[in-house]
Design a protein around this ligand. Structure first.
Ligand SMILES: Nc1ncnc2c1ncn2[C@@H]1O[C@H](COP(=O)(O)OP(=O)(O)OP(=O)(O)O)[C@@H](O)[C@H]1O
Length: 512
């Protein structure tokens, strides 16, 4: 197929001046190209000059080169500046796309010489990418010449570019497949939310930036903090120092965290390294960061900014290299709003944020966690002749699924342990689980949102509801049976006693 040839160019200053007779020795790059050996079928001109001035140029061009008016097309382009690369790029692209380019039957030639260097640069980029084109340039010394250089984006640059990208992605997430991912294996899960949080943690682990872990008590915040430490190649061989900020007496917070000099206060008989110094080179896990007193927050912020600690009562600062992982079960944003927590510190700590959902919001994790804790119990029992291997009955498992787990994974772990120890035989049954669950208080969602696909024990659920309300009624009435029976809609207190007996609730005898 014979292609139609188009010369595409911006009209430059020299071109206009040539048309206006201001540059008698120079015909300008566009006319120079059209007077060369190659004839083009179309001359496609872009201008950011006043329309009338460029029309004069086109008329002159036709007269000078012998091209016909219907061969020369002029397009006005608005540019905020002739050196604004982004504006040039997008204006040229949309103009050429409007001309239904690129097209198989059109052979494009971009003229680099007219216009600004920014315009030339964009022609080069476009010719190698979206609008494949030949390039030409003109100069007074050498006349018109092709600009040929071997550069094929697809084969020269893309592989390298993709390799760079994938190396980075690998470093951030995939590379942990060996060393780093291993550190997260201890976090047993099946739910998508947890998988996402682990993915985030894996990515952020290799950097030294602070991470803030949010989640209710017992959701695995410390477990994540340990994994973050272990997955950081630079720090994993140094110490992981966990500190419960909520357990430090307010007046000791500064000295515990940052150390103190001998004689700094009454009782400071010798100098003391704070947690920061102990964790030097490693990771400091600041649990319950929301409980940190305000003046310790100020000091902590300074340490994070300057990367040095000054022990209480000492004038000498000491460089420390510590990665901070902080955690809290509190709503820190709300604490910031009421001034309980410093906003600047919050932003410093929350460079990476992990949100660990409560167990009741990831019921899919229950079975794997139950199996994990049970097999840990059985592993422990293996070498003890007095301990028995335990299995969990199906109904006991179902009961575990109905509980809301306000204490999250820790509560589940301890409940199973208690149930396993107390169960008289090999099987852990409903009763063992029931007595192991101390707080069967919050009931609403757990009762009403049971996954029906695996089947439920309806009578068991109804009994739980009954037990729950009976306990509340008794609590509310100070264990006065007649009053409690009334609250529960029973006709007399004997009915309540019958229910109590059947469900094993209360103290049996009426006390009013
Ligand atoms: N996904 C999990 N897989 C295995 N064990 C878990 C998981 N989540 C939590 N645990 C275990 O549950 C217990 C509580 O977890 P952890 O101490 O990390 O919780 P936490 O959120 O730091 O609690 P707190 O806020 O009360 O300090 C630990 O024994 C931990 O090993």
């Amino acid at each position: 197929m014979k292609k139609t040839t188009w010369l595409v160019a911006w009209i430059g200053k020299t071109d206009h001046e040539a048309a206006e007779g201001l540059s008698s020795a120079n015909q300008g790059p566009i006319a120079g190209a059209l007077l060369g050996a190659q004839r083009f079928d179309k001359v496609y001109l872009l201008t950011n000059y006043p329309h009338a001035r460029s029309v004069v140029f086109c008329t002159w061009l036709e007269a000078t080169t012998g091209y016909l008016p219907d061969q020369v097309e002029l397009y006005d382009i608005d540019l905020p500046s002739p050196i604004d690369y982004a504006a040039i790029y997008s204006a040229v692209c949309s103009n050429l796309l409007a001309a239904r380019l690129p097209r198989d039957e059109v052979q494009l030639t971009f003229h680099l010489s007219p216009g600004t260097p920014a315009m030339a640069a964009i022609w080069i980029i476009l010719s190698k990418t979206r609008f494949p084109a030949r390039l030409i340039q003109t100069s007074r010394e050498r006349g018109i010449e092709p600009v040929d250089f071997e550069f094929d984006l697809a084969s020269d640059f893309l592989p390298e570019f993709l390799e760079r990208g994938s190396a980075r992605i690998e470093r951030l997430s995939a590379s942990p497949v060996g060393a780093v991912a291993q550190e997260f294996v201890a976090i047993v899960h099946q739910s998508t939310v947890m998988r996402e949080q682990i993915e985030l943690a894996r990515r952020v682990a290799v950097y030294d930036v602070p991470v803030l872990i949010l989640g209710e008590s017992g959701t695995g915040k410390e477990l994540f903090a340990q994994a973050l430490h272990a997955a950081n190649p630079k720090r994993k061989n140094a110490l992981f120092v966990p500190v419960n900020c909520g357990a430090i007496p307010t007046e000791l917070a500064n000295s515990e965290l940052f150390g103190h000099a001998k004689g700094a206060f009454t009782g400071a008989v010798k100098s003391h390294d704070g947690y920061f110094t102990q964790a030097d080179g490693g990771t400091l896990f600041l649990d319950e960061i929301g409980d940190l007193p305000l003046d310790a927050q100020v000091r902590l912020l300074r340490v994070l900014q300057n990367k040095e600690v000054t022990p209480v009562g000492s004038g000498t600062a000491r460089k420390v290299d510590v990665r901070i992982v902080a955690a809290t079960h509190r709503d820190l944003a709300a604490d910031v709003a009421v001034g309980r927590f410093r906003e600047d510190l919050f932003h410093r700590l929350a460079v990476g944020i992990l949100r660990l959902p409560p167990l009741r919001e990831r019921r899919g994790d229950l079975d794997v966690l139950i199996d994990l804790f049970l097999s840990a119990f059985n592993d422990d029992a293996r070498d003890r002749p007095e301990a028995q291997h335990k299995v969990l009955s199906e109904s006991a498992r179902k009961l575990l699924h109905t509980h809301e787990w306000p204490g999250n994974v820790r509560e589940l772990q301890h409940t199973l342990l208690r149930a396993a120890i107390w169960s008289p035989g090999e099987s852990i049954d409903t009763r063992d689980v029931e007595s192991a669950i101390f707080q069967v208080r919050r009931i609403s969602d757990a009762v009403l949102n049971q996954p029906i696909s695996q089947g439920i024990e309806l009578q068991q659920l109804l009994d739980r509801v009954a037990r729950h309300y009976m306990e509340r009624a008794l609590e509310h009435t100070g264990h006065r049976k007649a009053a409690a029976a009334k609250l529960l809609g029973f006709s007399n207190h004997q009915t309540l006693l019958n229910w109590e007996k059947r469900l094993g609730v209360g103290k049996g005898e009426s006390d009013d």
